[in-house]
Design a protein around this ligand. Structure first.
Ligand code: SF4
Length: 330
């Protein structure tokens, strides 16, 4: 969508009329402004001319038919990727990007390798969800969960991210419950603090991926300013205010962070009732190797035997580069 033109066109309209247009877009899922029955003909004409309803996207489907990736071209021709994951139980989770590229440069991530272009606006984030909502509607299905885990670091674009959450949660627009929305950060302390003060109780995940600072700094440069200790302090503060569980994502990299000693170190860090460790299968982006099944199971057993809360994420769509860490706007 040409959101700049759209914003210019609606700028002089009364607030109720502006809300009505968003409702037509995000709830009624109009394909053309002409389909609207409750707005004046002159406004329809203006909208048709300036900002027709269209998302320029190409679709790819994974061989297991469980995930889809869309490459969306923005109004300035920049490209972003968004992913739909369908669980075997039929739940649909949409993964949104928050930036074109990323400044964080995590070693395991394809997005980090493409550099940073710009932040996405809240409407560009909402448009990704709109794309999937329309896609699923044709199959009589709907979106169950939304995760901000695509391209970019959401907390580096906090204001637009939280405005997108408002749109997604708004009963008149997408109407997706706050508890069905999750955000993942590589460790932006300020963002964790801000989120703890938000009235909306969305889920927080931290990309941890290492059991000590030396290792984490090697694979995640952000750790030089946001050490594990600082992150955990901010997380504990978040838990104190919200009483909500926090998910720690741990990508298992063969020979790097998946040895028994790393599991032992993790036990010391993660032994808190509302901490959950999510072991994630690595999807090759060139630099590292995925942990073997044997070592993954062993690692998990060590954590579970120590009484930690552990889950393991099924990896979706690695054959279409739609899996975690593989999005690069290709
Ligand atoms: S993992 Fe996330 S924060 Fe790190 S470079 Fe990739 S997109 Fe950025």
């Amino acid at each position: 969508m040409k959101w700049t033109k759209f914003n210019q066109t609606i700028r002089s309209l009364a607030p109720y009329r502006q809300k009505q247009l968003f409702e037509l877009l995000f709830n009624n899922l109009l394909d053309k402004w002409d389909q609207a029955t409750n707005i004046p003909a002159v406004l329809k004409k203006e909208l048709n001319e300036n900002c027709p309803i269209e998302t320029v996207g190409t679709l790819q489907k994974s061989s297991d038919k469980q995930s889809f990736k869309a490459l969306i071209t923005l109004e300035d021709n920049e490209k972003i990727e968004t992913v739909l994951m369908q669980s075997r139980k039929g739940r649909n989770t949409v993964c949104l990007s928050s930036q074109v590229g990323c400044t964080m440069n995590c070693a395991y991530c394809a997005t980090g390798g493409m550099g940073f272009k710009r932040n996405l606006t809240e409407l560009e984030m909402a448009e990704q969800l709109l794309f999937w909502k329309k896609f699923l509607k044709e199959k009589n299905k709907h979106v169950d969960n939304v995760v901000f885990m695509g391209m970019g670091e959401p907390f580096a674009n906090y204001d637009n991210f939280i405005k997108a959450v408002e749109i997604i949660n708004d009963k008149k627009y997408f109407n997706i419950g706050a508890r069905k929305i999750s955000v993942s950060t590589c460790g932006i302390i300020d963002g964790i603090k801000k989120l703890s003060r938000e009235p909306k109780q969305i889920n927080l995940a931290i990309s941890l991926h290492a059991s000590n600072d030396k290792l984490r700094s090697e694979i995640m440069p952000i750790n030089k300013e946001a050490s594990i200790k600082k992150i955990l302090l901010a997380v504990d503060n978040y838990i104190e205010k919200t009483n909500r569980k926090v998910m720690f994502e741990y990508l298992l990299l063969s020979g790097i962070n998946d040895e028994d000693e790393h599991a032992e170190e993790l036990i010391l860090l993660m032994d808190k009732p509302l901490y959950v460790i999510n072991l994630v299968t690595y999807n090759p982006t060139g630099k590292f190797k995925r942990s073997s099944k044997f070592q993954t199971t062993k690692f998990r057993n060590i954590l579970e035997t120590a009484g930690l809360n552990v889950t393991q994420r099924h990896s979706f769509g690695s054959d279409i580069d739609a899996a975690c860490g593989q999005l690069a706007g290709k």
